[in-house]
Design a protein around this ligand. Sequence first.
Ligand code: SME
Length: 139
Amino acid sequence: HSTGATVNERLQELCDLLKETVPHYDWVGFYFKNGNKEELKLGPYAGAPTDHTIIPFGKGICGQVALSNQNFVVPDVKAQDNYIACSITVKAEIVIPLFINGENIGQIDIDSNTPDPFTDEDERFLEYINSEVAKIYTI
Ligand code: SME
């Protein structure tokens, strides 16, 4: 790409923009599969720092999406038994896998302090965002 910004710089700007623009997005971040390890590693994010910079596959909402390759919308985090709490203010979460050439390489993860805020519109929007992010890696 010709802008000169690195991939991480561009993803950081995207996280900041999404968090500032969408009222019910209170934490926005990317997790990526960590090499050959069966774990996710935190990438760029906007919002409060989290202790959960490494998440094993299968653990929490994020770890489940690493294995399922499916969107995961959580209207009420308290109703989930396999959930990793990052902040006590979080009420809901949405995780959308990021595919590059059909392979699940990571995900966008969004937390909301609003109960049950995520709709089909968020899913379609974030799928679109991820399809645009995938292009960063293929041009
Ligand atoms: N809640 C996530 C962990 C990541 S934090 O939301 C930033 C989970 O259950 O996987």
